[in-house]
Design a protein around this ligand. Structure first.
Ligand SMILES: [Fe+2]
Length: 291
């Protein structure tokens, strides 16, 4: 198969035509998608009316699903609406009702509206994420992506030298604290213990450097917290300038896949009284970012 791809943004993001995610891909098709991911970092696949099982099977073409014993969220397994392998990014509770605006799961989800890279708070951060839009609200709810390779390339030489060897500490505690959600249990605080990540990563396939930023980053090793937070905030502002950002306006059954090693993303506002049912599968990364 030769993939037919239309570039949706001047610096990254491709839209793949004529693909059916419900059926197994050939080895050539898998290689073509991986190559497109290396080039575009974000791919949009429209009209993919898939089941959870089909989403998992499609995802597994590109590696192993991320699996952890410690939670990346505050929802207990027995309170989850979806089965193993599926991450629920809807505003629905276990019974399919819109969750209360005082539900701490909802508070937690609000933190996804800050720029981040999935699982940067894990020792081995995620490779690709695949988000399937099943039911979308009538207004808002875009997902925005920022190209962190382009952001790195655009740094001045002095800043490139400054960031080259910096190590950051990432934790869900930092990103939730940023929106004033600090009501975490001692178990959650233990599970969300900060992990170290390089600020500059090199993509294993392309060799391109990128800024590995996320709102989960709350410290730089060897720096004071205020100095680190201000620098990270400045870098994030640089990296999310309009010229590096694509805003995806969802249609039902869009499947959007992105490389967390090369991009950041954030969710945008919508009317919380309307259903937003989006479901994510996540591929495990294959290495830590620090030696
Ligand atoms: Fe995310």
């Amino acid at each position: 198969m030769t993939l037919s791809i239309r570039q949706l943004h001047p610096v990254f993001v491709g839209e793949v035509a004529d693909i059916d995610c419900r059926v197994p891909l050939t080895r050539e098709e898998i290689a073509a998608i991986d190559a497109a991911m290396e080039k575009y970092a974000v791919l949009v696949l429209s009209d993919q009316n898939i089941t959870d099982a089909q989403q998992i099977a499609f995802t597994r073409h590109f590696g192993e699903l991320e699996g952890y014993n410690t939670p990346g969220h505050v929802r207990k397994r027995e309170d989850q609406r979806l089965g193993p392998g599926m991450a629920d990014f809807s505003n629905l509770d276990r019974d399919g009702n819109i969750m209360s605006d005082e539900d701490r799961v909802w508070f937690f989800k609000l933190g996804d509206r800050l720029w981040h890279s999935d699982s940067s708070f894990r020792p081995v951060p995620a490779k690709y994420s695949l988000l399937s839009g099943r039911v979308l609200p009538s207004w808002g709810a875009n997902t925005e992506f920022a190209d962190m390779r382009a952001a790195y390339d655009a740094l001045d030489a002095r800043t490139k030298a400054e960031v080259e060897d910096l190590i950051c500490e990432h934790s869900l505690i930092y990103s939730r604290e940023a929106i004033g959600f600090t009501d975490l249990t001692s178990e959650e605080i233990a599970a969300f213990r900060p992990v170290r990540q390089r600020l500059v990563r090199t993509h294993p396939a392309t060799g391109r450097k990128s800024l590995f930023l996320a709102s989960h980053a709350g410290a730089i090793v060897g720096w004071t917290i205020p100095e680190a937070r201000m620098f990270l905030r400045d870098l994030t502002e640089h990296a999310t300038q309009r010229e590096f950002v694509y805003s995806h306006s969802w249609k039902p059954y869009d499947l959007v896949m992105w490389d967390n090693r090369a991009t950041m993303h954030r969710a945008r506002r919508f009317d919380r009284n309307e259903v937003r049912d989006v479901r994510r599968t996540t591929l495990a990364g294959d290495a830590t970012t620090i030696e």
